[in-house]
Ligand binder design. Sequence first.
Ligand code: ADP
Length: 392
Amino acid sequence: MKILAVNCGSSSLKFKMYEMPEEKVLISGLFERIGEKMSSYTIKLDNDKYSKEIELPDHKVAFEILVDELKKNKIIKKLDEIKGIGHRIVQGGDYFDKTVIADDDAVTKISELATLAPLHNKAAVTGINAAKEVIPGALETVTFDTAFHQTIEPVNYMYAVPYEWYTKYKVRKYGAHGTSHKYIASRLNALLGRTNTKLITCHIGSGASVSAIKDGICMDTSMGLTPNAGLIMGTRCGDVDTSILTYMMQKEDISPKEMDNILNKKSGLLGISGVSNDSRDIEEGIQKGNERCVLAQKMYVQKIIDYIAMYYFEMGGVDAIAFSAGVGENSIRTRIDIMEGLSVLGIVPDYEANNCRGEEKLVTTTESKVPCYVIPTDEEIMIARDNYNLAK
Ligand code: ADP
């Protein structure tokens, strides 16, 4: 059965097609700058990769070209061979604790939740509607970044602000990256050979979050009402003293919208270093003796250690820790900095094993009291599995 996993951004469409249940990737690709001048797309096959520049006025045209490419590359002969389309949705609020069929009720709720994730949820609805028009016979499902975190208890999801903000406006922690944390946890459990485990999963890419997962159930996560909470990220500040915001808004006459932009786009590694939001550039800056890059890296690592420590206590211990996403899978230095900072837990890095990128691997020695693993994340396969289970 052929299933598409898609992720629609406001000007992009990323896809991967699987043969299920074998979980074989048949083709993948990315449409970029949809609705802008100079749009293009890239297709990746087993032994081939090519890009084309083409006008993409909207997501519907992108889906039409996608179908053409599937036929041209002999992945499908007829449209009705595509049995399912699983969409990634950023914000599911407290409506969704699992993947569901994208019926009218679900789409209405996703649109309603756009106030919490304006760019993402709106784009996703555009994608769902476009896919329905172009591939009407496929079962569309929606998989939410927030769903895995719906098991978090009020003690961890409530904020100490007026309670009415919660009852009237649903102000609470929802988290994000849930599909990734769920995947990483399932891989860790497979590696440990049991499911009664206490796990800490670090999804650290340009967006970053840590989760505490006990017996497969999410207990806590570092992102909040929006993704701008918890860890220091590429351009997001994560946790800060909220009084800084009102103080600076008065000092420099900054509007709420501008402040939101500064905290999401001009802060984090970029804000501290003044150099870049990319860990590779920060590491290069450190090599060159740039003091602000040194500080940015120390603060970045410290925040991750703080959250791991917090979740260690929340769960009463930890059986394994995982590093994932762009930084977690690739930054040899950041993993070492984190593991060395956790020596109080008896963590002993294996420097040789850690000298790796993008592969599933144990990166601590046999003496380490807590094993640490690199686990490349795979959100698409989770979306495809959920779709397959509803479509079959
Ligand atoms: P996104 O949240 O956009 O999915 P990714 O998980 O792809 O982000 O992470 C992208 C980030 O990963 C980059 O901004 C960079 O900081 C980091 N990264 C990628 N490759 C490396 C590398 N070789 N060394 C250090 N950091 C890396």
